[in-house]
Write a protein that binds this ligand. Structure first.
Ligand code: GLN
Length: 537
């Protein structure tokens, strides 16, 4: 008999309250107390996964080892918990309906009318319990995307109601995250929006067990009492969540407010062991007290929305903290570089990172940025499209193949140094068909990458359709750019470097997805180290 406990996190009043961070922080505290915990995100949109979404919609698409294209919150879960997530940790309405419809087509409903209740809710419950049923977790935290009251989240709330009824309130609890706004004109914190959102939740038959209230100001005992009375919870179940200086403070803040102990009490689990957060606090301490500052340029075409590069900026924080260095990011729009103002925009940078991306927009700017970093000996890290741009730049400006390009940008280029992978040629569906997830790579020992990883065999996550064209490999290598990392099975070039440059690395994979607080990514550590050295020149 499996006795996994379930915690649901719903959101009220407004979006962007940070449900993902609250869920991750609670999970961190429970993990530190010795429980095995995982977090799942249910997204109410109809897309099967966020893989086909433009980053402007919901930010970065995060990729797991098993090749799931997921919501960026899964990145927070991994960074906080230091354990990998999988396909089962992110489920969308699209996926739920797809499973139910597939079953219907197979005749598995035996002539019944297929309905939201019970068929869609059954499938939602099955997906929630899937993680619990692995027997690996004491506690599964399920974050329900969106805001209570949205039409599209109704089936999820109904599933939570049913699960709580089936499992009992000592096995399944609901944390409702809400906003307690401060009205400057009245000089007061207002509880009404929270009352309304709890009422909305109750109309669906779900009463929150715990309220976590985001607020810019201290929530007094009086207000807590008022919230408790009107929202049908105990006063000690009203937890304030004040704006934090950094997301990495939130586990400590939630511990101080007693969120984890209230949760354990409700789930009838022991709270004897205290969370130590020793390594975590060491990281936070270093992060907050840097000894020096560097500036790294992040060149991408989605820079207006910083969330589009969430894992990259978090990886900078992890690596920066290890080196006791504040890494300032200069956001540089690749399209704006195209007008030839490279020098002005990149001057003074200690490192240049050319970001992943798709399509033609802004790529000439990226290529110019690579050239600038290469010629000026500025540490350079190219990720995925960034690596491809580094290869194109080298082919054009060092080999003199002026027409060199990726067939993604110009199908008829005379020098397709980057081209569509063979297995991609027959693919017509766009969703979930890239080369995704973890693949092995073998590193040359004489390389910056090997120096960083201290290992010849690595495994990293991927998300791409195009690759380094091996027909050009010997030409490019002779000209000085080396392929230092190769997929041992397919021969695909995963890493390129310029050995004569102080630190110039392009990787076809995404190292940023695997950087966590307790395991800063070796390549980011090495890149930041090179940038620090450069800053001292
Ligand atoms: N658009 C490129 C490809 O599909 C790079 C993808 C990426 O940067 N994730 O290969």
């Amino acid at each position: 008999m499996n006795n996994t406990k379930y915690v649901f996190v719903t959101g009220g009043v407004t979006s962007s309250l940070g449900k993902g961070i609250i869920a991750a922080s609670l999970a961190k505290l429970l993990q530190e107390r010795g429980y095995s915990v995982t977090i799942q995100k249910l997204d109410p949109y109809i897309n099967i996964d966020p893989g086909t979404l433009n980053p402007y919609e919901h930010g970065e698409c995060y990729v797991t080892d098993d090749g799931a294209e997921t919501d960026l919150d899964l990145g927070h879960y991994e960074r906080f918990l230091n354990i990998p997530t999988s396909q089962a940790n992110n489920v969308t309405t699209g996926r739920i309906y797809q499973s139910v419809i597939n079953k219907e087509r197979k005749g598995e409903f035996l002539g019944k009318t297929v309905q939201v209740i019970p068929h869609i809710t059954d499938e939602i419950k099955r997906r929630i319990k899937l993680l619990g049923n692995t027997g690996k977790y004491d506690i599964v935290i399920t974050e329900i995307g969106g805001t209570v009251g949205d039409i599209e989240s109704l089936p999820y709330i109904e599933s939570v109601r049913q699960l709580q009824w089936e499992l009992g309130e000592d096995n399944a609890i609901v944390i409702h995250l809400t906003l307690v706004p401060y009205l400057a004109a009245a000089g007061e914190l207002k509880t009404k929006p929270t009352q309304h959102s709890v009422k909305m939740l109750m109309q669906s038959g779900v009463g929150p067990n715990i309220l976590v209230c985001r607020s810019e100001h201290e929530i007094s005992d009086d207000i807590k009492r008022k919230l408790a009375l009107f929202c049908n919870v105990k006063k000690e179940d009203v937890i304030q969540s004040l704006d934090a200086e950094t997301i990495y403070d939130v586990p400590n803040l939630m511990f101080d407010e007693g969120l984890d102990s209230v949760v354990l009490k409700k789930l009838e689990l022991s709270s004897e062991k205290q969370p130590a957060l020793k390594e975590w606090n060491c990281f936070v301490q270093k992060y907050k007290n840097p000894k020096q500052t560097i500036e790294v340029g992040l060149i991408g075409k989605y820079v207006e929305l910083h969330d589009s590069y969430k894992s990259i900026t978090e990886a900078f924080i992890h690596a920066g903290s290890t080196h006791e260095t504040k890494v300032n990011v200069r956001w540089i729009h690749s399209e704006e570089l195209e007008s030839g103002n490279i020098e002005k925009q990149l001057k003074g940078l200690d490192g240049v990172l050319v970001a992943p991306g798709f399509g033609e927009r802004g790529i000439e700017g990226k290529i110019d940025a690579v050239k600038y970093a290469r010629e000026n000996n500025i540490p350079f890290l190219g990720i995925c499209l960034g690596m491809q741009m580094a290869v194109i730049e080298y082919a054009r400006n060092v080999l003199g193949l002026k027409e060199a390009n990726s067939t993604e940008m110009n199908e008829n280029t005379t020098h397709p140094v980057i081209n569509l992978m063979e297995e991609q040629k027959e693919i017509t569906n766009m969703g979930g068909t890239m080369r995704l997830g973890a693949w092995d790579c073998t590193l040359e020992t004489e390389s910056k990458t090997y120096e960083a990883y201290q290992n010849t065999n690595i495994s990293e996550r991927h998300r791409h359709r195009y690759e380094f064209n091996s027909d050009y490999k010997s030409q490019i290598e002779e000209a000085g750019m080396k392929a230092t990392g190769i997929n041992p099975k397919t021969g695909l070039v995963e890493v390129v470097e310029i050995p004569t440059h102080p630190w110039f690395v392009g990787v076809q994979y995404h190292p940023e997805y695997k950087s966590t607080v307790l395991n800063p990514h070796p390549l980011f550590l090495s890149f930041i180290e090179a940038a620090i050295a450069y800053s001292k020149n």
